[in-house]
Design a protein around this ligand. Structure first.
Ligand SMILES: *Cc1c(COP(=O)(O)O)cnc(C)c1O
Length: 280
């Protein structure tokens, strides 16, 4: 998608190389969030920017942390865990796991993460809760919903969400904060917008009879290519990687199911453009 401020493709995802570069990149994203929020009559402080540092090496993450990024999103548990361990000297740095979780890795998430945004099964809720209880910890969670209807996407079908949410009070160490989605991978803005609006509508409906203690205010939606649209549709968390850290060297098929695996040239070459995300 073209950037709102008219910067060209090369300028859109510059590679930050210093703490100052990161501060600038984050400020630019925040400014775009603020503008989108204003357009929708929303307050910018009601939108949290979650920088997504997947594939970014630890030395560069240190620069981003120095520039004020204190809460980082990672898609894969093993990568997140390694980074959490190697960056444990950075006081107060927190981690959000935003990708699909297998039950056998729940113990790791319970140990190092502050937030998990991809909850989509009771088995995972159970596994996390058991580990968290043992550690005396709790975890903020978002329930992932598949708003695009694509088979390749993780997440609950929207019509499964109500029953699912009514089971979550059983897992008392999980603090349910809201819903999360990945929009359809499409250049068609209206189809992307429909995913975001669908998540908001679902949230509004679920909130009417949510069980006690289940918070459904949060809407985690929007990434580098579509976060302004998401903010206009009510996002309270945007997950932004490339617009802060620069293009990813690793094709996104590695992180998202259903995308063409790794090797296609389209995937790698489009990472340097703004017109489309590498996967769209
Ligand atoms: C990588 C990732 C993002 C960020 O994507 P960008 O295009 O780098 O902004 C957001 N959400 C999830 C689940 C991701 O895996």
């Amino acid at each position: 998608m073209p950037t709102a401020d008219g910067t060209g493709p090369a300028a859109a995802h510059p590679v930050a190389e210093s703490a100052e570069d990161f501060a600038r990149a984050v400020a630019a994203v925040r400014e775009r969030i603020a503008r989108a929020a204003a357009e929708a009559g929303r307050r910018p402080e009601d939108v949290r920017l979650l920088p997504v540092s997947k594939t970014v090496p630890e030395e560069r993450i240190r620069l981003a942390v120095r520039a004020g990024c204190g809460f980082l999103g990672e898609n894969k548990v093993q990568e997140a865990r390694r980074k959490a361990e190697n960056l444990a000297d950075l006081d107060g740095l927190r981690w959000s796991v935003i990708g699909h979780l297998q039950t056998n890795k729940a113990g790791h998430v319970a140990r190092f993460a502050s937030e998990f945004q991809a909850l989509d099964s009771l088995r995972v809720a159970e596994a996390l809760d058991r580990r968290l209880q043992a550690l005396g910890r709790s975890l903020d969670v978002f329930v992932q919903v598949n708003t695009s209807g694509e088979e390749s996407k993780f997440g609950l079908a929207p019509d499964e969400a109500a029953a699912f949410i009514h089971r979550l009070p059983d897992y008392s160490s999980l603090n349910v904060r809201g819903l999360m989605t990945l929009a359809v991978f499409s250049a068609d803005t209206e189809r992307v917008r429909a995913c975001f609006a669908g998540l908001r509508t679902l949230r509004d409906r679920l909130r009417q009879d949510a069980p006690d203690g289940i918070g459904l205010d949060g809407l985690s939606m929007g990434m580098s290519g579509d976060f302004e649209l998401a903010v206009r549709e009510g996002a309270t968390v945007v997950r932004v990687g490339q617009a802060i850290f620069g293009p990813r060297p690793v094709p996104d098929g590695h992180y998202w199911p259903g995308l063409a695996p790794a090797t296609t040239t389209t995937t790698t070459t489009t990472t340097t453009t703004t017109e489309s995300e590498p996967d769209r």
